[in-house]
Ligand binder design. Sequence first.
Ligand code: SF4
Ligand code: SF4
Length: 326
Amino acid sequence: MDFQVQVTVTRENRGDLPAIIDFSAKAGAKALNVFFLVCTGRGQNMTDLGPEEYEEVLNYLAAVEKSSPHGMMVRARCAPHFLRVVSMHNPENSLLKGNTSGCIAGTGYLRISPEGYVTPCRYMPPSNGSSNLGVASLKDIWSNDHLFRSLREPVYNGKCAQCEFDRICGGCRARALATSNDAMGEDPWCAHIPKEGKKDAAPVRPVWTDVAQERLSNIPSFLRPMIRSGLERYAKAKGISEITPEIMAELKNKAGVQGLVQMEGTESKTTRSRGRGAGKQLIGVTFLSLGLLNAMFTLKGGMEPDAFIYVFVFLGVCFLMAGLRK
Ligand code: SF4
Ligand code: SF4
């Protein structure tokens, strides 16, 4: 059975990480997710790592991620600057391609509180201005809530505004909110000092051709922002000023990301083929079951097997074979 291991790193257990990774890899885990504490709610007064310690652990994880022990995926969670650290290790790392983004709050993720408040992340507590399902629909909140919108077209404050890694990282918005009461403020748990002038020297945001924009609009809305930002990041890194369907196809081929495969606005051929195969297998099993039931009742009643049994079994085997061939 495939399984993942999730662990929260604190000052107390950071020294155990190599042993945890080794144990998880040898046990056959597909992924190890190392969570970084977000100091809100009950976690507010727990022992947490400081920015420098975060940096050390992230550097360690980035090095382990490269070696992929026993084929296990190692990821840092609730630590968007992991992508910045990975990029500093290797700007060509495949983690930076495709639709991976530092923080998914409000772009691929939301939480609903027991009182019906909708916030972009479970670590962002509802405030006076938070939208509530008693007043608006989830679709409406997702599309129009001010905070959700500002997370999709972010304009950061503090050092995140000056940072050359803002597109791949963007900092943890919950930590910014908890410490400065500004969801777009800087993430105080990040030790990085943005390089002066680097941001201004970065290429301007690429423009989308009408056809590319139309293809993007065919993607489910909850995936769209991540795919948009993945493509823009790719274009910027390559010095490409215009995103066209060809650039979309190029990244789709390189990244091999399912979300990018779905850019065509349809399911991938593989998915469709698997779906048809499974359908045929189901029909095959149904015919075989009918044949079996028929045989049972016939034998129980002391009668000779009738032609229906052979027809059901024949059809069942045919459909099963056709389904397995897909
Ligand atoms: S704001 Fe983003 S990075 Fe921070 S905990 Fe929520 S999802 Fe994770
Ligand atoms: S300064 Fe902000 S955007 Fe830059 S790496 Fe740190 S958290 Fe990320």
